[in-house]
Design a binder for this molecule. Structure first.
Ligand code: IMP
Length: 454
C-alpha cells in the first residue's frame, strides 16, 4: 500500500512522528516538496532527532529514504544532516541511518542503499538565501501582503522561495548539472551575474563571488554523488517489486502555494497532489491519503490565523506544547482547532483518515472551543474563503465543549481517554467527515495509538 501523509493545517502538525510510526510498515519514505525549511521531529529512545531534508522514518533499520525531484536541496544542509544523523548511527548501529566517512564525505557502509537523491532536484545556492533575506527585509514591516501592502511573509530564510522562482523561470540548476562541468559553469555564471544585479542594484547588498562558489559546489558534488540517482525510475522499479511507499509531505495544506493562505504560504505544493509531481509517480499508485492535525492550531510567520489565542492562553499552550519552530526556533502562534480550514484540507487532499496529535497539550483546559464557521462582514461562512483578505476579518464561531482536566499521556487505546476527550475527537470527526485513525498523546514513539481498522 502506498500512503501520502500531509499536514492539514499550517505545518508543524507532528508529521515527523506520524511518519516514524507508519514507516514500520513501509519500505521507502519519500520527500516530494519543500526543502530544509521543514523540521520533522522524532523522539526515539529518549533522543530527539530533527529531520530537515532527509525523510523521517530512517531511524528504522532497513528503510530507504528518497529525496524526490520536487524538493529543493541545499547540499551543505544535506551533508550536515547526514553527518549529524550518522553520529547517532555510530552511537546505536541498529539505526538505519546513512554513514558518511571522514571529512563529511558521503561514503560508508549503507549510504547508497539508504538515501537516494533525485538528479532532477533543484539546488539551493547561497544567493537564494541572500535574496530570501533581502526580499523579506525590503517588504515593509507595516501593511499586509494580502491587502497588497507588501508586508513580510515571515519565511524561514533558507532560500526556498527564490530557488523555486528559478525553477519556474527555467534558469535553475539541478543536481544532474553538477556532473557536467561546462553546463554547470555556464548556468552558474549566468545566475551569479543576474543575482548580483539584483543584490547590488535593488537590495544594496554585496555581490556573491563566482570562483569560491564554483569550488564549493564542486566539493559538494563529490560528497553527495553516492546518493544521486534517477529516483523516478527507482520508485517505479520499487513499485514493480511491490515495495510500499510512504510519501512525507512537508509544511501543510494552508501553506500550499495554490491551496493555502496565499501569499502567506511556502513556494511548493504541500498537498497530496504534490506527491505525484514531486516524486514522478502516477496518481493511480496512491492508495491512501492521511491528513495530520494538531488538537489545536499553530502557525509560524505572518498571515491570518482566525482562532489565534489571546496572550495568556497563548503562553500556556506554547509552553505546554513546546511550540517553537524546529528549524528557526521562532515561537509559533497558537489558536483553537479550526474546522473550517481542516475541512478545506480534507477536501483538497482527499483525506481517507486523520491523525490527531498533541491531544495531551489540552489536558488542563476547563473548556475547549472548536471553530465551526466564521462570521465575515456580518455573514456566516462555513467554507474556506477564496478571498484570503477576508480571513483577516473573520470572527470565529465557536462551539464550547467541556475539557477533561486529566492526564491523557498514558492512554494506550481510545477507551482509555476521558469521555470529554473522546467527545471532542468524535466532534472533530463529524465536522471533518473523516474518521480518526491515530492519536498521539506525547512526543515519545510509544505515546500514540491506532483507532479502528485502517
Ligand atoms: P519559506 O518556506 O521559508 O519560504 O516560508 C514561507 C512560510 O512558510 C513562512 O510563513 C514559514 O514560517 C512557513 N513555513 C515554511 N516551512 C515550514 C514548516 O516546516 N513548518 C511551518 N511553517 C513553515
Amino acid at each position: 500500500m502506498n500512503i501520502v501523509v500531509v499536514g492539514a493545517q499550517w505545518g508543524d502538525e507532528g508529521k515527523g512522528k506520524v511518519i516514524d510510526v507508519l514507516a514500520k510498515d513501509a519500505d521507502i519514505i519519500v520527500r516530494y516538496q519543500g526543502g530544509n525549511n521543514a523540521g520533522h521531529t522524532v523522539v526515539s529512545d529518549d533522543e530527539e532527532f530533527v529531520f530537515h531534508l532527509i525523510p523521517s522514518g530512517l531511524l528504522h533499520p532497513g528503510k530507504i529514504g528518497v529525496i524526490g525531484n520536487g524538493v529543493v536541496v541545499d547540499p551543505e544542509a544535506l551533508l550536515e544532516e547526514v553527518q549529524r544523523l550518522s553520529l547517532a548511527y555510530a552511537r546505536d548501529p541498529r539505526r538505519g541511518i546513512p554513514r558518511p566517512g571522514a571529512e563529511g564525505q558521503a561514503q560508508g557502509l549503507n549510504v547508497q542503499q539508504t538515501l537516494k537523491l533525485s538528479d532532477q532536484a533543484h539546488l539551493i545556492f547561497p544567493y537564494h538565501k541572500r535574496l530570501d533575506v533581502a526580499e523579506e527585509k525590503a517588504r515593509s514591516s507595516s501593511g499586509s501582503a494580502v491587502q497588497g501592502g507588501g508586508g513580510r511573509i515571515g519565511t524561514t530564510g533558507r532560500g526556498i522561495g527564490p530557488c523555486y522562482v528559478d525553477k519556474v523561470a527555467r534558469c535553475g540548476i539541478r543536481v544532474a548539472d553538477l556532473y557536467d562541468e561546462a553546463v554547470f559553469e555556464r548556468k552558474l555564471r549566468q545566475n551569479v551575474d543576474e543575482k548580483n544585479r539584483l543584490l547590488t542594484a535593488i537590495y544594496h547588498e554585496s555581490p556573491v563571488e563566482f570562483d569560491p562558489l564554483r569550488g564549493q559546489y564542486r566539493q559538494f558534488a563529490k560528497a553527495i554523488e553516492p546518493f544521486v540517482t534517477n529516483t523516478t525510475r527507482f520508485l517505479h522499479e520499487a513499485m514493480v517489486r511491490k515495495q510500499r511507499l510512504l510519501f512525507e509531505g512537508a509544511q501543510g495544506t494552508l501553506l500550499d502555494i495554490d491551496h493555502g493562505t496565499y501569499p502567506y504560504v511556502t513556494s511548493s505544493n504541500a498537498t497530496a497532489g504534490g506527491a505525484c509531481v514531486g516524486a514522478g509517480v502516477p496518481p493511480t499508485c496512491i492508495d491512501r491519503v492521511i491528513g495530520v492535525v494538531k488538537a489545536y492550531t499553530t502557525r509560524v510567520g505572518e498571515g491570518p490565523l482566525p482562532t489565534e489565542f489571546a496572550a495568556e492562553l497563548m503562553q500556556h499552550i506554547r509552553a505546554r506544547g513546546n511550540e517553537f519552530g524546529a528549524t528557526t526556533g521562532r515561537p509559533r502562534r497558537c489558536g483553537w482547532f479550526d474546522a473550517v480550514i481542516a475541512r478545506h484540507a480534507v477536501q483538497v487532499n482527499g483525506c481517507d483518515a486523520m491523525v490527531v496529535t498533541k491531544l495531551d497539550v489540552l489536558d488542563e483546559m476547563p473548556t475547549i472551543q472548536l471553530c465551526t464557521a466564521y462570521e465575515i462582514n456580518g455573514r456566516r461562512l462555513a467554507d474556506f474563503p477564496s478571498n484570503i483578505a477576508s480571513l483577516d476579518r473573520a470572527k470565529p464561531i465557536y462551539e464550547s465543549l467541556p475539557g477533561w482536566q486529566s492526564d491523557t499521556t498514558q492512554a494506550e487505546q481510545f477507551d482509555d481517554l476521558p469521555h470529554a476527550a473522546q467527545a471532542y475527537l468524535h466532534r472533530i470527526e463529524e465536522l471533518l467527515g473523516v474518521k480518526i485513525c491515530l492519536i498521539s498523546i506525547g512526543s515519545k514513539r510509544e505515546q500514540a495509538f491506532r483507532v479502528g481498522q485502517w
